[in-house]
Design a protein around this ligand. Structure first.
Ligand code: ADP
Length: 207
């Protein structure tokens, strides 16, 4: 922000983009992989963190270089100034998208696990990346299943009115219309979901 409260742009601040000798392609080639973002979206308790962890372990075992950006962890650091209002949720996802893009530039396979409830925000993250670099995975379990699991006790708190603006209860979740992959974690177990993820990435030539 400038002194007059208006958002400033890179141009206003006399910023120039520098092209460096070591490019994204060089970094990716050095790691012998195709960098991309595997973007998990879904309700709290749907299984994003569980699957992100399982997938990262599998990719590392295969010799890939990865980084996992996980909801709660990012809110402890980079995004600790943000809450859960619509405006803050949008900024949360914008920063995560930009961070993921930096990791892709570094040649890394990035896995993100955020509810990311708004279609427009997921689209914004997708737009930051190149063609074929953004793999949206809808971790899709019915609300009733997520609520029964309630791994962090958050649904109970939301129902009791102790948490406001909780996705699925009093804040909307906009379903992805055409994600690259949809996993029904209400019916499939973790091992089956991980195998489906690996086969989708392989089919796309990413691993
Ligand atoms: P989120 O990150 O989406 O909030 P978590 O991964 O923290 O969700 O919790 C999901 C819970 O559901 C875990 O307790 C996990 O063991 C369980 N679960 C059952 N089946 C699956 C599945 N197929 N994929 C992921 N998690 C599952």
């Amino acid at each position: 922000m400038s002194g007059n409260g208006k958002a400033t742009t890179a141009k206003d601040n006399n910023l120039t983009w520098h092209d460096h000798k070591v490019t994204k392609e060089v970094r990716a080639a050095q790691k012998k992989q195709k960098p991309c973002v595997i973007w998990f979206t879904g309700l709290s308790g749907s299984g994003k963190s569980t699957l992100a962890n399982a997938l990262e372990a599998k990719l590392v075992e295969m010799g890939h270089h990865t980084y996992l950006l996980d909801g709660d962890n990012v809110r402890h650091g980079l995004n600790k100034d943000l809450g859960f209002s619509d405006t803050d949720r949008i900024e949360n996802i914008r920063r995560i998208g930009e961070a993921a893009k930096l990791f892709v530039d570094a040649g890394i396979i990035v896995i993100t696990a955020f509810i990311s409830p708004f279609k427009s925000d997921r689209q914004m993250a997708r737009n930051l990346l190149g063609q074929g670099e953004f793999i949206e995975v809808h971790v899709d379990a019915p609300l009733a299943v997520c609520e029964r699991r309630d791994p962090k006790g958050l649904y109970a708190k939301a129902r009791a009115g102790q948490i406001r603006q909780f996705t699925g209860i009093d804040s909307p979740y906009e379903q992805p219309e055409s994600p690259e992959l949809r996993l029904n974690t209400g019916e499939l177990d973790v091992a089956s979901c991980t195998a489906l993820l690996a086969s989708e990435l392989s089919k796309r030539g990413l691993i």
